[in-house]
Design a protein around this ligand. Sequence first.
Ligand code: GDP
Length: 142
Amino acid sequence: MTERTLAIIKPDAVRKNVSGEIIAMITQAGFKILGFKMIRISEAQAGEFYAVHKERPFYGELVSFMSSGAIVPIALEKENAIADYRALIGATDPAEAAEGTIRKAFASSKGENAVHGSDSAENGRNEIAFFFSESELVANQA
Ligand code: GDP
């Protein structure tokens, strides 16, 4: 089934100047890019995006990190996009990420782990809508 997922290149990876390498890994894995942009979000916006983690001990750190610099949200489409993109990025903690994954290559720590990926098709749709209007996504649709 064709699915959509939201990738985000996080501030640590943008600062390391590896956004291009990460986008290349994503497209080489067969994902179609429906939209991408480079933006900086406020702490309030980061808090809203990660509201599901509000009770977790790392929430404050996560919100402050995600608003600490530019990020690159990318709307992706592919058969089986959710599972395939999660496999491409690897485990949350880079120490546990498999060889060949984006986090193995570029993540620094469990918090500063280079990329985000949606964890379900429903969250994929909602997270894409958080960053993109429909009119920003139509350009690359067949
Ligand atoms: P993901 O789906 O692999 O991104 O992982 P989670 O949904 O569990 O966590 C969301 C994000 O919170 C992760 O990608 C990390 O950026 C951050 N995070 C998770 N665990 C920790 C932690 O123990 N410490 C810190 N500082 N951040 C964490």
